[in-house]
Design a protein around this ligand. Sequence first.
Ligand SMILES: [Zn+2]
Ligand SMILES: [Zn+2]
Length: 353
Amino acid sequence: MRTVAVTKIGSLRDPNESSCGRIEVVDFPRQNLGPEDVRIRVAYAAICGSDPHVAEGYFRKDVPFGLGHEVSGLVTELGERATKLALSVGDRVACNFLRFCGGCRPCLDGRQQFCEHTRDYRRPGMSEEVVWHESQVYRLPDSVSLLEGCLLEPTSIAVRIADKARIRVGDRVAICGGGPIGQLALQVLKIGGATSLTMIEPVAERREMALRAGAEHVIDPTAEDQLTRMRKLTDDRGYDLVVDASGSTRAVRGLLDLAAKGGTVLYGAMYPNDYELPLNLADYLYQRELTLTGVFVAPYAFPRAMQLLPQLQLTELTQAVFPLEDASEAFEAHLSGRHPKVVIRCNDLGDIR
Ligand SMILES: [Zn+2]
Ligand SMILES: [Zn+2]
């Protein structure tokens, strides 16, 4: 079973051959099918902004280990007790790469993102096939293609951002970072009632993409003073919600000053383990009563993400598709920033709807 795997820990951007990370296609043994499991022939698996961090050993270092958590495919086999979703062989599905056990303290406490048993089903989806528990599987609506379906997981992060931000209809919203999560969050928050919707992004193509997807304003933080623009765009009051989807340590500190009194700043990306944000508590938390929050994974968000998928503009996020055997080229393309999103075709299944 061919799987895209990290075979050497290190930065994929490191030009030094001896210390850089490596991504290769590796043959892994087929997974067993448990009674409540679903075997999926993977159609598409998208590269996530987090994958290069994973290659650096952010979560684990025991190479080789497989990648892939943004996955769509066809059901090929069902365990004898995988009956809760009335799935059939041949169904088109997308998946949550995490299995929440439902029985541990965090799961019982409404915080399944901290489930203590997710390791049992930690299986890579950037692979010819994957076996997941039926609770991880979602049937795609007829109007969503398999290619679009692999964006269910990043869309679930956008839904989770909306949940954590507790957006109210009419809230003024700024998003920093026009990568896939920023673009999807923009669309989801617009549906959620965002106004004065502003994308802060240094790359011109990504600003233009945000405008096509419904942003009302864009700011190039390298060419203009974002504080001055914010004052002009919000009558000097600031944004009720500021979302970081950039993960840039250069960008995150300045976002606090864009928030309105009583507003929320949501850090919705992955950050370096050793980065600490300087924060004046008297100013930002006492006088301005800001709420600062973040997003780890997306519990309780997948059913609503699936409801939203048919309403989202996904074409621009599904243009760069590489075959499985060209996975390392796909990662190079991802790192180049030339494409808003890079997708790997794990099997050519034709893209039936
Ligand atoms: Zn992801
Ligand atoms: Zn649990």
